[in-house]
Design a protein around this ligand. Structure first.
Ligand SMILES: [Zn+2]
Length: 162
């Protein structure tokens, strides 16, 4: 597996996580990603093994749980979006529904990541109208989540790192 080193912009928080799925191929246009981490209209999350996550400067970590409408009520999303309280950098997402994994933002990773051969443009039902969604053979579009998970995507293309 590859060790990915990440940090916020001000350097107060550093983290490290091992990943066998380092391709930053998934562009998420949902409103939460856009607002919290998506200057270009989307955020890119990759996936690492939660048990290998180490964090320094943990006292500077903030956690955001988005409020979402559900059956006429408002509920907190289970996803925990970790960010630096000093500089605001979006760092990684953890989710008790998938405790094996942690989802670092590609933008927070300092280790050089591979350039993905193709990209997924997802949650397009929620994209900002100004977002210029790339099209063409290298871009697969999804209105919501794709059925294929991050691990499956890497494996199918022979891109998983063992
Ligand atoms: Zn910071």
């Amino acid at each position: 597996m590859r060790t990915l080193e990440g940090s916020c912009h001000c350097g107060a928080v550093r983290f490290s996580v091992k990943s066998h799925t380092p391709q930053p191929y998934m562009h998420c246009y949902c409103s939460i990603c856009r607002k919290t981490a998506g200057g270009g209209g989307y955020a890119i999350n990759i996936m690492g093994e939660a048990r290998t996550l180490t964090v320094s400067g943990r006292q500077h970590l903030g956690v955001y749980r988005a409020k979402l409408p559900a059956d006429g009520k408002t509920v907190h999303s289970p996803a925990r979006r970790h960010f630096c309280k000093r500089c605001g950098s979006a760092l990684f997402i953890s989710d008790p529904r998938w405790p094996k994994w942690v989802y670092p933002h590609a933008s927070a990773i300092d280790t050089p990541l591979p350039k993905p051969p193709e990209q997924v443009e997802m949650m397009l039902d929620f994209a900002a109208p100004w977002a210029n969604i790339p099209t063409g053979k290298a871009h697969t579009h999804f209105r919501e989540f794709p059925a294929e998970g991050i691990a499956g995507w890497h494996k199918k293309r022979g891109l998983d790192v063992v």
